[in-house]
Write a protein of this length. Structure first.
Length: 663
């Protein structure tokens, strides 16, 4: 019989874990779908993944193609819904060309194509009769989208666009799926008609033949090479692409935002030009939800292992202390656990925000677009940075064993860390948020009402003067007190920056000079959004014994840990006193004691299979040591007792030394 080494931990839980699983999944339905599909993937040997770090690039890539094809076969055989298919790809857990096909190519056509274009291209993409990628970034420019150099010149004689890469730096560089697989791409290029330039637009371009998969005439395409980490993101064929005067029909420019007529005239529709950037907004909101997936996975591993691992503290020959009982371990681990839950909640809210803006856009209401852009950009940045740092912290929380590939953490880190760069470099995105905030502050006096996530700035006068009401540590558990401290901090930092900016004659010059401060303002605003969405969630009815209470503890841990880490902001803006800061820290310590007995159950609520976690340290049954020992012997180096190369290279040295010693 299997022994559950964590049974004792599980018996300590003070809440209904099954109900928490529903909260984590978002709904009973979502839980059931996820649970069923996770088991389906875990039980299928074709989806095995524990050997992939030992494969060379070519074998690794071929293996990914095999898995993607098999996943597609199962999706069709089982007639999975779109939701189920997307869960299946998630649990297969291997970055592949399909991520970009479903995650960017299809959304780009949906968001930027006309009805007619959608009718033509989407059925082909949905049946995978074509495979697409999203080719925006170039060798010379990624962040600066307006700086892209690829051109799309309209030729009125033939009613075509000529797509061309005029310089080396205009080569498309990075698009996933492009390197070896994609047959088509949405290519971003500067539109030129009648000798005039009209900014960057998306074009559907066929890259490879549907018969023999060779590049079409005028196209040079390949993979950009090995990336960070063994295995990891190297399952993806990030690509390079150059065009030499490649012709495409006029109707392959995505024309929802602007149209080019038969005569080459550019006609703007009434949707804002920024919708050309719409796919990025879509993907950024998805990345926020994904951050909670990656962070929860790392936290699950580190929490279970911290309960298994014992070090020091044995008295009279008894058991040593579980490392999870050290306050320093709790102080590093529990805020990450709280962040995983916080990002889950904010990810759910992002889904709502995105659905809302999509409906508004359909009704030609563009009023919330700037705020949605600021929220998706800011929260993408905040959550991915915290998650990347959090995964690395989890590795350290697992001591030496965390550095082993079999802990699951190195690969998770290597796959996750580019999220801080792709879909917008995190600093560049925070500067977008800061621009939005400075604009909001500058409009406060003009009577324009601050709405949505900036509504708090409407109370600027009160927030500039308010004094925190905390008298004892428990006061920090009151949502109103926490909210006011965070709102006052964000407002005061925004106003201070706006005042500094106004000292510059040239706003752009001021923006550049103060950009480091502006990034901090943006972070303060985004942290406030996370705290406020978590608090809002707790105002809802949440069923299940003790579930709400656990979430309240986690919400307080999230907020008070941020307050502690950013104490400089709160103190220097006079939002709280040093004494109140010290009380917040006392409360945080006491919250750790309340989280401690529930920690293992709180990570069980993520409902991850051992297959998905792929971590010996994070095994559900906690049977870590025998499995680590067993796994070591599976390494190919242990296939032979004396390694290849020993007789050739090492033995001669030993013999030489021996000879020298005898002389
Ligand atoms: C699995 C991994 C796959 C990865 C895939 C990828 O990485 S794909 C590649 C991913 N690549 C990247 O992510 C590249 C990152 N870079 C970018 O997104 C942009 O180039 C930029 C936003 C940094 C600057 O852009 P710029 O120089 O054109 O703009 P500007 O600053 O002068 O602002 C002009 C106005 O537009 C507004 N606005 C801007 N964006 C949006 C939006 N999305 N929506 C709505 N609005 C937006 C902005 O607020 C401003 O409004 P205002 O004040 O006039 O009312
Ligand atoms: C794994 C991976 C997958 C990707 N997939 C795709 C894809 O499918 N399709 C696609 O089109 N692209 C893709 N990309 C490209 C990605 O979107 C870009 O790399 C990203 O947008 C960052 O742009 P950059 O590389 O130009 O960085 P840079 O802008 O060159 O950044 C370099 C440094 O400059 C700083 N910086 C830049 N501008 C400013 C500024 N205005 N103010 C202050 N600091 C600044 C940045 O903070 C950073 O520290 C992918 C990238 C990676 C790593």
């Amino acid at each position: 019989m299997e022994v559950d080494h964590l049974a004792d931990e599980r018996s300590k839980a003070q809440f209904d874990v099954e109900e928490m699983k529903i909260v984590w999944a978002g709904s009973r339905h979502a839980f059931q779908v996820s649970d069923r599909i996770a088991r389906l993937v875990a039980s299928d040997p074709a989806f095995q993944k524990d050997h992939r770090a030992r494969l060379g690039r070519k074998e690794l890539f071929k293996n990914t193609l095999r898995k993607a094809a098999y996943a597609w076969k199962r999706i069709n055989e089982l007639r999975l819904t779109e939701e189920e298919a997307s869960r299946l790809r998630f649990f297969v857990d291997e970055p592949a060309f399909t991520d970009l096909h479903w995650g960017m190519f299809v959304p780009a056509i949906k968001g930027q194509g006309t009805e007619e274009q959608q009718q033509k291209w989407l059925p082909l993409a949905h049946k995978m009769q074509i495979i697409g990628c999203y080719a925006q970034t170039e060798l010379g420019h990624g962040s600066n989208v307006q700086g892209l150099e690829t051109t799309a010149t309209f030729d009125p004689q033939t009613d075509e666009f000529i797509i061309h890469s005029p310089t080396l730096t205009s080569s498309k560089w990075w698009p996933g799926g492009l390197g070896k697989v994609a047959t088509h791409g949405v290519i971003y290029a500067r539109l030129l008609t009648n000798g005039q330039e009209h900014g960057v637009h998306g074009f559907i371009v066929q890259i490879r033949s549907l018969d023999d998969h060779l590049p079409l005439p005028g196209i040079t395409v390949g993979d950009i090479g090995i990336k960070f980490g063994s295995g990891a993101y190297n399952t993806m064929d990030n690509g390079v692409l150059r065009f030499d005067q490649v012709r495409i029909p006029r109707n392959q420019m995505l024309m929802r935002v602007s149209q080019v007529t038969r005569e080459g005239k550019v006609v703007q529709s009434d949707v804002p030009r920024q919708l050309v950037y719409g796919t990025m907004v879509f993907v950024r909101k998805t990345i926020v939800g994904d951050a909670s997936n990656a962070l929860s996975r790392a936290v699950c591993i580190a929490t279970r292992y911290s309960a298994v691992r014992r070090q020091f503290g044995s008295q009279k020959g008894g058991l040593e202390t579980q490392v999870i009982d050290y306050k320093t371990q709790q102080n590093r681990l529990f805020p990450l656990l709280a962040s995983a839950y916080a990002f889950r909640v904010v990810g759910e809210w992002m889904e709502w925000l995105y659905t809302d803006v999509t409906q508004r856009l359909k009704a030609n209401d563009f009023s919330t677009l700037p705020e949605v852009h600021a929220c998706t950009a800011g929260l993408k940045s905040l959550t991915t940075s915290a998650t990347a740092d959090g995964i690395e912290e989890c590795r350290k929380l697992c001591g030496g064993h965390g550095y082993l590939h079999s802990s699951g953490l190195p690969e998770l880190f290597a796959v996750y860390v580019p999220a801080c760069t792709y879909e917008g470099d995190n600093i560049v995105l925070l500067l977008q948020v800061a621009r939005f905030l400075m604009k909001t502050v500058s409009q406060l006096g003009s009577g324009k009402k601050a709405v949505g996530t900036t509504a708090y700035m409407g109370r600027v006068e009160q927030l500039m003067q308010c004094r925190c009401d905390v008298q004892n540590a428990e006061d920090w558990l009151k949502p109103s007190i926490v909210m006011e401290a965070f709102e006052a901090r964000a407002t005061r930092m925004s106003v201070a920056c706006a005042r500094n900016l106004s000292k510059f004659g040239n706003q752009e010059e001021g923006f550049l000079e103060l950009s480091a401060d502006l990034v901090e303002v943006a972070v303060a605003h985004c942290q406030l959004i996370v705290v406020s969405k978590f608090i809002e969630k707790l105002q809802q009815d949440i069923p299940g014994k003790g579930v709400k209470n656990q979430l309240e503890n986690l919400c307080s841990v999230y907020a008070l840990n941020i307050l502690h880490k950013h104490l400089g902001d709160f103190l220097s803006t006079g939002c709280i006193t040093p004494m109140q800061a010290s009380l917040a820290n006392d409360q945080l310590r006491s919250l750790y004691s309340q989280v401690r007995p529930n920690a293992v159950a709180l990570v069980d609520a993520f409902n991850y299979t051992d297959h998905f976690l792929s971590s010996i340290l994070g095994r559900y049954d906690g049977n870590v040591y025998p499995k680590l020992y067993e796994d070591a012997w599976k390494d190919p180096l242990n296939d032979s007792i004396v390694p290849d190369g020993f007789h050739e290279y090492v033995q001669p040295i030993l013999k030489q030394q021996l000879r020298n010693a005898k002389l």
